[in-house]
Every structure is written in structure tokens, then in C-alpha cells.
Design a protein around this ligand. Structure first.
Ligand code: ADP
Ligand code: MG
Length: 253
């Protein structure tokens, strides 16, 4: 089986700062991989490299068997043209800590935007599917609400529907509940749990250790640009092998 994500010794620097220092990661189709680690350890950068918001400096990164941002021809590597890169990136959905919905567009219009503009779907078809997706995240009755009329948890669920509208084969979540009031976290995690149950491949950077334990197929602990430890979430959480993992967990558990 082709892994959904394969990273091999991925390195990334910003100027003199080495942010990723040889990251190896494999995520199989249908798996939920949770990523934890201290602030500044490179978690967001890793996600941004996976969907090519950032270009990696060293190593290789494949999504569903395709090298991200590159094509190989006669043993040589060439940068992809923008159109080909765009196609690759559309297959990876991303949900951020800040939902960044268009404030002057309704929930449905936010979800329809990319299908209409990028995939050139008709407005009618895109609207129908938007309402379907909003129903899936529990917001079928709020399709015509504006972001300001929705709670943070509802806005984040719209953002998830918006990402799903492009029919991604992989979903990346970067601390999707960190900006939410505590009482709104559960409704977003419930939607993610359901998505996982339906078989979506997901990489989730999160501080929600309970979610990682219950929903995660794998847990990765990052520190200082490296994957320090990874494995079955229950095993890593109950019996971490590395001192740095233990130290981190003792602070967050
Ligand atoms: P995390 O998500 O684990 O908190 P990040 O991947 O956001 O970590 O950041 C890792 C390091 O890279 C930090 O030191 C951060 O300041 C730095 N960094 C991230 N993005 C950039 C950027 N675009 N330019 C310069 N430095 C960056
Ligand atoms: Mg981050």
C-alpha cells in the first residue's frame, strides 16, 4: 500500500534557523496521526511543508506516492509548474487555528468559494454540496449565517466543511481548537472524530491529549525540529521512552 504521507529526512531552515532537522514520517491511508510538542518545535512548519505552503530544503516528501512540488524525469528532479503544484495542493485540506472565513460571505458561500473559483463547479451544484457538507458538520440550518453570527466552534466547523469541499485525500489540522473557548472545543473534536471514523487520513497538531489517545492511530512527539518519539498513542502517553517526551507530558497531562 502506498503511504498517504512519506517524509524522508526532511529539512527546512528559515535563514540560519534550522526548523526541521531530518524528519522521517509515514502516515498510512485512513490513519489519524497526532503531533504534539512544545511551541517552536516545528509542528506547523512540518504541516506547511506537507501541503507545500513551504518548500523543503533537504529530503523528500511524498503525498499519496507523488513527490510534492517536484517531478522526476530520467532520474532528475524538476520543480513543478504552478498549475501542477496547485493540483497537488488541492488534494490536501488544511484547517488552521484561526478559521479565516470571509466575513462578508455566508457559511455556504465560504464553503462554495473554492469549488466555484478553482474547480469551476456551477454555483447551484456547489451550493447544494456546501449545504450537504455543512449538514455533515452539524450546521445544515446555518448555511446562510455570516461568520460574525456564528460561535468560534461553529466557524471552525465551517472551516472544516470548506476544506472538505475540495474533496481532499488528506486533511491537516494545525491546533484547530486552540483558539476556542473551552466549552466549544468538544463540538469541533466531535466533527474530527466522525471524519476519522469515515476513514479520512488526518494529521492533527493538537494539545488535546484525550483526542490523541482516543482517536489517534499514531502519536508523534516533536522537539527542536526532530521527531523525538512516535508510536501507538496509548503506549507513548503511558510509557514514554525518551526523557524529553516525559518532561513535556508531565507539563501537559
Ligand atoms: P510550532 O508550530 O511547533 O510552534 P513552528 O513550525 O511554527 O513551530 O516554528 C518553528 C520555528 O520556526 C520557530 O522558531 C519559528 O519562529 C520559526 N519560523 C516559523 N515560520 C517562520 C518563518 N516564516 N520565518 C522565519 N521563522 C519561522
Ligand atoms: Mg504551530
Amino acid at each position: 500500500m502506498t503511504p498517504m504521507v512519506r517524509a524522508e529526512t526532511v529539512g527546512k531552515s528559515f535563514g540560519d534557523v534550522e526548523v526541521l532537522r531530518g524528519v522521517d514520517l509515514v502516515v498510512e491511508p485512513g490513519q489519524v496521526c497526532c503531533v504534539i510538542g512544545p511551541s517552536g518545535s516545528g509542528k506547523s512548519t512540518l504541516l506547511r511543508c506537507i501541503n507545500h505552503l513551504e518548500t523543503i530544503d533537504t529530503g523528500r516528501l511524498w503525498v499519496d506516492g507523488e513527490l510534492m512540488g517536484l517531478r522526476e524525469e530520467n532520474g532528475r528532479l524538476y520543480r513543478l509548474r504552478d498549475s501542477a503544484l496547485g493540483r497537488q495542493r488541492r488534494e490536501v485540506g488544511m484547517v488552521f487555528q484561526r478559521f479565516n472565513l470571509f466575513p462578508h460571505r455566508t457559511a455556504a458561500e465560504n464553503v462554495m468559494e473554492a469549488p466555484v473559483v478553482v474547480r469551476r463547479e456551477s454555483r447551484a451544484a456547489a451550493r447544494e454540496r456546501a449545504v450537504e457538507l455543512l449538514t455533515r458538520v452539524g450546521l445544515g440550518d446555518r448555511a446562510d449565517a455570516y461568520p460574525a453570527q456564528l460561535s468560534g466552534g461553529q466557524q471552525q466547523r465551517v472551516a472544516i466543511a470548506r476544506a472538505l469541499a475540495m474533496r481532499p485525500k488528506l486533511m491537516l489540522f494545525d491546533e484547530p481548537t486552540s483558539a476556542l473557548d473551552p466549552e466549544l472545543v468538544g463540538e469541533v473534536l466531535d466533527v474530527m472524530r466522525e471524519l476519522a471514523r469515515e476513514g479520512m487520513t488526518m494529521i492533527v497538531v493538537t494539545h488535546e491529549i484525550g483526542f490523541a489517545r482516543e482517536v489517534g492511530d499514531a502519536l508523534v512527539f516533536m522537539d527542536d525540529g526532530r521527531i523525538v518519539e512516535s508510536g501507538d498513542p496509548r503506549a507513548v502517553l503511558s510509557d514514554p521512552q525518551e526523557e524529553r517526551t516525559r518532561a513535556f507530558l508531565s507539563k501537559v497531562l
